[in-house]
Design a protein around this ligand. Structure first.
Ligand code: ADP
Ligand code: MG
Length: 462
C-alpha cells in the first residue's frame, strides 16, 4: 500500500483543489509513479491496465507544465478514437478547472471540419485529437505545432492496432525535436516498444506490475454455459435481474450487435447499439442515453467501446466469447473501475468455454449451466425505463446553458426541479432526460418557449 498524497507528488494547490472536488483522495499507483517524473521533464513509457487512472497521471503532469499566458498549442494528446478524444478533453477540463483561461480542444473525424475551426480564434493550449484529424489541421495550418512542449500518446497499443503508424510518423515529423513525450499503453507489444524507441528520449519505463492475468479484485466474473439457441433467453433473464442495472454488452461483429439490439428492443428492453460505422451524432446519443438513464443497455463492438468510461456501469455481458485473453480483460475491465464493485458475465457455448478456460485471466470465472426459461413471446408491453430523452433544438453555440434548460423546463414544462433529469448541451442541440409518463406532454409545452431570445423545438429522441 502506498501512502503518498497528491500534494506529495509536487502538484500545485489549484490542482489539489480540483482533485478534491473530483473526490480523488489518493493517487493511484500509476499516478504516484508518473507525476513526479513527468513534472521533472522526463520522457515516460507507462504501462498500466485499463481503469488505472492514466488520464489524470499525464493530465496533471501536462497541465501543471503549461503556460496559459502563452497563446500557442503547447500539448498534443493523441488518442485512437473519437469518444476517447471527448472523454479525455472533459477529464482534462475538470483537472484544469482552476487554471484561468485554459483552452482545450478536441479534434476527431466524423463531423464537419468547420465546427472545429470556428472555435480556433485563439490557439488552444492543449489539443486532444485522433491522428488523422490532427494531420488535417496541420495541413490546413489551423494548428501550428512549432511551440509544442509535450506530446502524449494515449492507448499507444490501440493507436497501432488501428493502423495509425503512418499518421504517427507524419505527425512527429512536424513537431519540435526538443519536447517531452509521454506514452501510455495497457500492453507492451513489440510494436509499442518499437514506437517508444523511435520517438522517446531516454524514457523512464513505468510498469505498474499488472500481468495479463489480473483484473480488479472487486470484479466478479460469472460464466454461463449453454447452446447458442439458449443465449437470447439467458441474456433476457440476466437483464431482468435488478442487480444487473446498467449493462454494456459485447458482440464480436457489428452485424451481431445490430441484430441483438433489435431483438432486445423487440422484447421491451431499452437497448441502444454502438459501433464504429455509426455517424458521430448517433454515437453521442447512444452513450448519452445510457448515461442519463433513458436506456439500460448498450450493445457494442470492442472498437466502439474502447476507452469509454461509462460511469456507474454496473455490469458487462460478453454475449460472444472474445478471441483473445486481452480482449476478455478489456471487456471485463469496463466495470469495477476505480474501486467500485462490478460484475462481468460471459455467455459461452461449451466450445467457447473450452477456449476461454485456457486463459489464466479467466481462472476466477465461476461457471454455471444455463437453465434459462423459454424465451417469452415478443411483447411491446415489457417494462420501460423511467426516463425518456428529449432533444432540444439549441445548444452551446446558441448560448444555451444547463441552467437555462432547467429554468425553461420548470417554467414551461411544469416540472419540479428534481423531475428534470440529466442534461447535456452539445454545440447546436441539447438533451434533457424527463420522466417517461410526462415526456410527450412536456415536449409539447416547452416547444415554442424562448431561450436567449430564440424559440426552441423539443421532441422525443428515439
Ligand atoms: P485508464 O486510462 O488507465 O484506463 P482512467 O484514467 O480512464 O483509466 O481512469 C479510470 C477511472 O478512475 C476514471 O473514472 C477516473 O475518473 C477514475 N480515477 C482516476 N484517478 C483516480 C483517483 N486517484 N481516485 C479516484 N478515482 C480515480
Ligand atoms: Mg485511458
Amino acid at each position: 500500500m502506498s501512502t503518498a498524497t497528491f500534494a506529495d507528488l509536487g502538484l500545485a494547490p489549484s490542482f489539489l483543489q480540483a482533485l478534491e472536488e473530483l473526490t480523488f483522495t489518493t493517487p493511484t499507483p500509476v499516478q504516484e509513479q508518473v507525476i513526479p517524473l513527468a513534472l521533472a521533464g522526463q520522457d515516460i513509457a507507462g504501462q498500466a491496465p485499463t481503469g488505472s487512472g492514466k488520464t489524470a497521471a499525464y493530465g496533471l503532469s501536462i497541465l501543471q507544465q503549461l503556460d496559459v499566458k502563452q497563446d500557442a498549442v503547447q500539448v498534443i494528446v493523441l488518442v485512437p478514437a473519437r469518444e476517447l478524444a471527448l472523454q479525455v478533453r472533459d477529464a482534462l477540463k475538470k483537472l484544469g478547472k482552476y487554471l484561468p483561461n485554459l483552452r482545450i480542444a478536441a479534434f476527431y473525424g466524423g463531423h464537419a471540419f468547420r465546427e472545429e475551426t470556428q472555435s480556433l480564434k485563439q490557439a488552444p493550449h492543449v489539443v486532444v485529437a485522433t491522428p488523422g484529424r490532427l494531420l488535417d489541421h496541420f495541413e490546413r495550418r489551423t494548428i501550428i505545432p512549432n511551440q509544442l512542449k509535450i506530446l502524449v500518446l494515449d492507448e499507444a497499443d490501440k493507436l497501432l492496432e488501428l493502423g495509425f503508424q503512418d499518421e504517427l510518423v507524419e505527425i512527429v515529423k512536424r513537431l519540435p525535436r526538443r519536447r517531452q513525450t509521454l506514452l501510455f499503453s495497457a500492453t507492451m507489444s513489440d510494436k509499442v516498444v518499437d514506437l517508444i524507441r523511435r520517438n522517446l528520449t531516454r524514457p523512464r519505463v513505468i510498469d505498474v506490475g499488472q500481468d495479463d492475468d489480473r483484473l480488479p479484485e472487486n470484479l466478479h466474473l460469472l460464466g454461463h454455459v449453454g447452446t447458442l439457441e439458449q443465449k437470447p433467453a439467458a441474456l433476457l433473464h440476466l437483464l431482468h435481474q435488478p442487480e444487473t442495472g446498467r449493462a454494456l454488452i459485447f458482440c464480436n461483429t457489428r452485424d451481431r450487435c445490430t441484430e441483438l439490439t433489435r431483438f432486445l428492443q423487440g422484447r421491451g428492453v431499452a437497448a441502444e447499439v454502438l459501433h464504429g460505422k455509426m455517424p458521430q451524432p448517433e454515437r453521442d446519443k447512444a452513450l448519452l442515453k445510457l448515461r442519463n438513464g433513458s436506456s439500460q443497455v448498450l450493445v457494442a463492438t470492442d472498437v466502439a467501446a474502447r476507452g469509454i468510461d461509462v460511469t456507474l456501469l454496473d455490469t458487462v455481458i460478453q454475449y460472444d466469447a472474445p478471441d483473445k485473453a486481452d480482449g476478455f480483460q478489456h471487456r471485463a475491465g469496463r466495470t469495477a473501475r476505480a474501486g467500485a464493485e462490478g460484475t462481468a458475465h460471459i455467455l459461452a457455448t461449451p466450445k467457447e468455454q473450452a477456449h476461454v478456460q485456457k486463459w489464466p485471466i479467466a481462472a476466477s470465472i465461476k461457471w454455471d449451466v444455463i437453465k434459462a426459461p423459454k424465451l417469452p413471446p415478443a411483447s411491446p408491453k415489457a417494462p420501460k425505463p423511467t426516463n425518456v430523452t428529449l432533444h432540444i433544438s439549441a445548444g452551446k453555440k446558441e448560448k444555451v446553458s444547463i441552467h437555462d434548460l432547467v429554468g425553461t423546463f420548470m417554467a414551461h414544462g411544469g416540472l419540479e426541479r428534481d423531475a428534470v433529469g440529466h442534461i447535456e448541451v452539445f454545440d447546436h442541440y441539447s438533451y434533457v432526460a424527463v420522466p417517461r409518463q410526462m415526456a410527450t406532454e412536456v415536449a409539447e409545452r416547452v416547444t415554442g418557449a424562448k431561450i436567449k431570445g430564440r424559440k426552441i423545438r423539443v421532441s422525443v429522441a428515439e
